[in-house]
Design a protein around this ligand. Structure first.
Ligand code: SAM
Length: 743
């Protein structure tokens, strides 16, 4: 989900007004006869329950959020929510009505998922709720809290991800589930180890694939990589495993959270009330099957693949599952998840469904359509297959809004129990000759392409949903362009937009030029210099630093990646993969290579701090600061003078040369109230000649300041006019050589 504030769109009055007219948009009528008739026909719920379902759909969705960030940061934030903020919000009365405080989502592990039932109008009108609301806004801006629909949190929880696993998220943007996946891979981070796992987050939409970078930045995972491909065309690649053996690039866990009609998000995306039509599902079915099938191919035998949508429609759900079960011929087993997340209320998947013609008549098979051209609108796999009974589709999970006051969702979980691809058969230990492997791989790709019949694409005039992935601000903005009509990286070229994907194009590397990621060698002199300067443990691998080539002339920024990412970057097939981003930004060179500043050659970045502080052997660039007032000064003032800090801190700073260092604080309060467990806060600092500067962005400063001292700090004080900001910035630049943008 995009980082939306509680307030809605910034600077806009409460009621949406038409641009230039000052008039309000008419209120959405939350009723749609076609929708109601269609789902009644599908018999998704017993009649009485259907009425309750429909009534709840017409109500506003409660606010839900997840505490995110690195493990230690998330634990600290949970402490503040749970033990400081929520206790102060008991029995709040507004206009004679008592409202309950925010509460943990019962089925979300470890109280990291929360729900706020009080309506927004109430949040504004109670002092305590309003304080909480401000906290959520600033922590969301800083990326420590992710506003995410409760039901959208379900699929990653059913993936059973462990830190050593390689995980692929095929349709990942904007990345709320990816963040959960990264968190699961880093679940043991308190053990101070870089996990051996890998998280690849892919999206077909180039711009949206960059949202993944933003969303995952907070987690600073060296195991993360964002890519831009159509999910159904994620390339076949080979990488070396931990023993140096060349193996196919396959994953222990794959998530196919596919583009869909999104009617499960009706409570949040009101325009769906006007736009809904059953044809949208028919138009998306084929792509959904293709993405899921490719996901199954890329799953290791013994691994797990999860298929999910935020649609109620069986054409996008059970029909897709049934078709992929058929195509994979026993390789996938639909799992019974009834024992998982026991507190999450759900209904079984449908074991049969109906296909409706545009005129509302019911089709039982493709034979019911007399006109041949009309048949192209209906992939045969949208109809329930003959053996549907034996498929155990009831094992799928359907989550309806009225069950626990959420949105709607569909999830199906599969184990890959038998080989499906050439790669699987090799992993099984069979000797296969290179020619046969290539042929099998080509056939696998062809199978994905052939789903639903070759001619169908051109003939199909099923209207795609009116909301495009691009225009949708909502997290579950499921819908995308007509399947296969664009190549991912060519978004802005209108000619390319219209070009259908041909087999030849499919093999091509997308044209957008991302600066390549280039691994540095362990004996690179810069790596040696950094190791000595900061006192990095000798065991910290030195062959996992990365440069972006465009910057390599100056070797300006140094990124760091995990062993798993390194193995991908070393793949002989790397040119097939369009990597949008990878690696954690660890160091930035001070000045240019030519005037190499021997005394302080590199500056530590805020992104790299969580990774680096764990591997520093001594305190040569680390200072434990005991004065809380110093922390407040650093967070509220721009470049405070050293002699305004406590004497103790001044003494410590005197012993340190000019340059990058880390300040460590143990803070025993939040919102000025004592905590059970103190917060440990580390800040990257630049020590100048006479001043110090915290190298974190204004959102982080603001959130920390608010969390600890209950005040918002200087960055929030808009009265401190732009002029002062500009003065501060140039002062800062003079002293440190660091521009605002570089921070
Ligand atoms: C439902 S949204 C994904 C939400 C995301 N998993 C999350 O939790 O934040 C579907 C995404 O699929 C992308 N998409 C559409 N067609 C695709 C395709 N053929 N392959 C991969 N991604 C696709 C869209 O750009 C959109 O970002």
């Amino acid at each position: 989900m995009g980082r939306k504030s509680f307030r809605g769109r910034k600077g806009k009055p409460k009621a949406d007004t038409r641009p230039g007219t000052g008039k309000s948009y008419p209120e959405t009528v939350k009723d749609n006869k076609d929708f109601k008739d269609y789902y009644k026909l599908q018999n998704i719920l017993p009649e009485e329950e259907f009425e309750e379902f429909y009534r709840v759909l017409q109500t506003t969705l409660p606010t839900t959020f997840r505490i995110t960030g690195t493990r230690s940061n998330a634990l600290q934030l949970r402490e503040v929510v749970q033990n400081v903020l929520v206790p102060s919000m008991q029995s709040i009365e507004v206009d004679g009505q008592v409202y309950e405080p925010p509460m943990p989502i019962s089925w979300y592990p470890d109280n990291f998922g929360w729900q706020v039932n009080a309506p927004r109008s109430v949040l504004r009108r109670s002092q305590e709720f309003s304080k909480f609301q401000k906290f959520i806004v600033s922590e969301t801006e800083a990326g420590n809290i992710s506003r995410q629909e409760a039901v959208s949190m379900v699929p990653p929880l059913l993936m059973d991800i462990k830190p050593h696993m390689w995980v692929l998220d095929m349709c990942a943007a904007p990345g709320s589930k990816t963040a959960q996946i990264i968190e699961a891979v880093h679940a043991n981070d308190l053990l101070n180890e870089i996990p051996t796992g890998l998280v690849v987050a892919n999206d077909a939409d180039y711009k949206r694939s960059h949202m993944l970078v933003h969303q995952s930045k907070r987690l600073q995972s060296p195991c993360f990589m964002a890519t831009n491909h159509f999910g159904q065309q994620i390339p076949t690649m080979h990488v070396k495993d931990e023993n140096g053996k060349l193996v196919a690039w396959q994953f222990d866990r794959v998530l196919c959270d596919v583009p869909c009609s999104g009617d499960g998000t009706l409570r949040k995306n009101e325009m769906i009330w006007n736009d809904w039509s059953q044809g949208q599902a028919l138009g998306l079915h084929r792509t959904q099957v293709q993405i899921f099938l490719r996901g199954a191919q890329l799953t290791k035998v013994g691994g797990r693949v999860v298929y999910s949508t935020c649609s109620f429609n069986p054409i996008e759900n059970e029909a897709v599952v049934a078709e992929v079960l058929r195509l994979t011929n026993g390789a996938l087993e639909l799992k019974d998840m009834s024992h998982e997340l026991p507190e999450l209320k759900r209904k079984p998947g449908l074991t049969t469904w109906k296909v409706m013609n545009k005129d509302g008549s019911i089709l039982t098979s493709i034979e019911d359509i007399k006109e041949k051209r009309q048949r192209y609108k209906f992939p045969t796999s949208v109809f329930p297959p003959e053996n549907v009974e034996s498929m155990h589709l009831e094992r799928c999970l359907r989550i309806y809004p009225h069950q626990q006051n959420t949105g709607g969702f569909f999830v199906a979980v599969f184990d890959k129990v038998k080989p499906l691809t050439a790669a699987d058969r090799i992993h099984e230990g069979n000797q296969i000759d290179a020619h046969d492997i290539q042929e099998s791989e080509t056939n696998e790709e062809k199978l994905v392409e052939a789903v639903g019949g070759g001619e169908q694409e051109e003939e199909q005039d099923t209207t795609p949903p009116s909301t495009t992935a691009e225009s949708t601000t909502a997290e579950e903005g499921k819908v995308d362009e007509t399947p296969g009509s664009k190549r991912p990286a060519e978004e802005s070229s209108s000619k390319a937009e219209e070009a259908p994907v041909t087999k030849k194009q499919k093999q091509d590397v997308p044209k957008i030029e991302e600066a390549p990621f280039q691994l540095m060698t362990a004996d690179n002199p810069d790596v040696q210099k950094l190791t000595d300067y900061f006192g990095i443990e000798p065991s910290f691998p030195r062959d996992q630093y990365i440069l972006r080539c465009e910057e390599s002339a100056k070797n300006r920024t140094l990124y760091y990646c995990s062993k798993s990412v390194k193995s991908v970057l070393e793949s002989k097939d790397l040119e097939r993969l369009h990597i949008v981003n990878t690696g954690v930004r660890l160091f930035v060179r001070q000045g240019s290579l030519e005037d190499d500043k021997e005394d302080a050659p590199f500056r530590l970045t805020a992104d790299g701090l969580p990774l680096l502080e764990r591997v520093l052997v001594d305190d040569r660039r680390k200072l434990a600061i005991s004065e809380e007032q110093d922390l407040k000064t650093l967070l509220t003032e721009v470049m405070p003078l050293i002699d305004t800090l406590s004497l103790d801190t001044q003494e410590k700073l005197k012993k340190l040369d000019r340059g990058s260092c880390i300040f460590e604080f143990d803070v025993a309060k939040a919102f000025n109230k004592p905590l059970n467990k103190s917060l440990s806060i580390s800040l990257p600092i630049w020590k100048g000649r006479s001043s110090v500067n915290v190298l974190i962005n204004k959102h982080d400063k603001k959130s920390l300041c608010q969390r600890i001292f209950g005040v918002t700090g200087s960055s929030d004080n808009k009265q401190q006019s732009k002029t002062k900001d500009n003065d501060d910035q140039s002062k800062q630049q003079k002293e440190t050589g660091i521009t605002q943008a570089e921070k």
